[in-house]
Design a protein around this ligand. Structure first.
Ligand code: FES
Length: 87
């Protein structure tokens, strides 16, 4: 379980182990574009402002992963208790 903070609204949402970030956002009325929902297409790529993602996509390069500047919210999770996202 971890939290996401939406930078534009300051809203904080909890992501339980059995839900993805994308699902939690949709559960809370946010419209987010997605396509593959398997971490391969890049449609759901989201800017990370702070916190460290646990990358589970197959799209980002090793350098991009290490930079922690974006993440695929359909599959990736968090290594830190909270991620602040540009949403
Ligand atoms: Fe394709 Fe997330 S929807 S990478």
């Amino acid at each position: 379980t971890f939290e996401i903070e939406l930078a534009r609204s300051g809203v904080v949402l909890t992501v339980p182990p059995d839900r993805t970030i994308l699902e939690v956002l949709r559960d809370n009325g946010h419209h987010i574009n997605s396509a593959c929902e398997q971490g391969v297409c890049g449609t759901c790529e989201t800017v990370v402002i702070s916190g460290e993602p646990e990358h589970r996509d197959t799209l980002l390069s090793a350098e991009e992963r290490a930079a922690n500047k974006t993440m695929m919210i359909c599959v990736s999770r968090a290594r830190t208790p909270r991620l602040r996202l540009q949403l």
